[in-house]
Design a protein around this ligand. Sequence first.
Ligand SMILES: Cc1cc2nc3c(=O)[nH]c(=O)nc-3n(C[C@H](O)[C@H](O)[C@H](O)COP(=O)(O)OP(=O)(O)OC[C@H]3O[C@@H](n4cnc5c(N)ncnc54)[C@H](O)[C@@H]3O)c2cc1C
Length: 457
Amino acid sequence: MTDYDVIIAGAGTGGSIAAQAIAKRGHAVLLIDKKERSEIGHKTCGDALGAHHIKEMQDLIGLPAMPPGIIEHEVNEIDLVAPDRVQRMPMVGPTIKGYSFNRLKLGQWLVSLAENAGVEVLASTRVKKLKLEGGKVSGVTIEGEGSGAEKQLRAKVVIDATGAAGMLRRQLPENSVIEREVAKEDMMVAWRDIYETPDYDFEHPEVLEIFYNQLQTLGGYTWVFPQGRHRVNVGVGLMTLEGHRVPQDVFNTFVRSSWDFMKTKLNAIDSGGGIAPVRRAMDTLVDDHFMLVGDSGCQVNPVHGGGIGSSMLGGAHAGITASEALERNDTSIEALWPYNSRYMNSYGTKQASLDIFRWFLVRVTNDDIDFAFRKGIIKATDLLGVSMMGKMGMGKGEKLKRLASGAGRISLIRRLAKVAKMMDTVKQIYSEYPDSPKGLVPWKARLAPVFDAAKNV
Ligand SMILES: Cc1cc2nc3c(=O)[nH]c(=O)nc-3n(C[C@H](O)[C@H](O)[C@H](O)COP(=O)(O)OP(=O)(O)OC[C@H]3O[C@@H](n4cnc5c(N)ncnc54)[C@H](O)[C@@H]3O)c2cc1C
């Protein structure tokens, strides 16, 4: 006997969507979060989301329209700024449209939708252990925050949606097909503040700005995301590579001294550090009776670190697949496997090719970036293609054109062309993602050399 059909650990964006999707199909779901009910959704984040992600949720699970009050400001442009702070590449177009929003309110709305669909929400409760029976996942052990009393619960499927902590994933048995740990070099660390700026006017709150500077934020960037004319979300994120800098120090030295608005009166609304995985999604997101959703499954864009939309996408696909499996009374790895194919087709493939591009971004210097912006070696259309589709159009003709304009830094263009080719190779391998667990090992063996090579381009 099980207590629930599905237990979901973590009521973030991914977990709440998965819960809603499963309960809507009539299954019994328990959604657990260690935060108080009124705090679910409160998280260190850039609070920016592409509008297309909401549309996807409407199509996949019938998400209703967002109620007023969640969106702080609409976004219609993202400007990428070179380290010299002179070159600027504006990205515009339908795929850029989105929102600067209130993270807590978004989280509260998503949990209430899950409740309305019939999900039982257990807040202020920590999921402590993964329960195994005969080596297979069978439930969890929970503890009410501060109560000291543990309780065991059984379910046909357990979903780890605990975010970057991957709290249950890390407790899987050693012989699980799922990787239990994420390498340090595949993590991003960040610091971010939200301020009201009574004396500073963000004239264009519809434009988000991303600033590159490899000396300060290696492999990452500083973001300045206005949330209105007198409110801003500002932060720094960098890759956790050997000897990396501490993001809070970078914020307090570099950001405080380099942006005019930081020198005006600032009323702090929120402040904190955070982490996110910035690699390709876990090669399998399922094992017997077990699924990963959101950051715990590394469903984050490796280049810009956005993971709200993709965690919701993961949650929706996981929810639909788990429901189908429950309806067939089979929650084995084989029955849950279609979640992998659905996620890889809809987002995982793009993520993997961006993971290649990420290593290129780590290796370029400030001079390289300034030069590439100045000479048009990297164009807004490339970056749009890269961030939206994980594709960079660098055919032979285009390569020659850029070689001509980039005389003086030929090796940079050759490296870029090589990266574009590797991204295509990865996409090809993902188009042959195995349709059952049996194919996983040989498939992974094809990926490994490409990623090894990407680190050295
Ligand atoms: C600094 C920073 C800025 C970012 N900016 C953006 C952005 O602008 N746009 C964007 O799209 N993405 C952004 N991201 C990424 C995005 O926040 C995440 O990818 C997304 O929130 C992942 O959702 P999730 O549901 O997997 O996890 P989360 O939203 O982190 O939710 C996990 C939940 O699990 C709960 N939990 C954890 N452990 C336990 C436990 N043991 N027991 C019970 N509950 C538990 C937590 O309380 C939490 O509510 C940013 C990330 C960081 C760190």
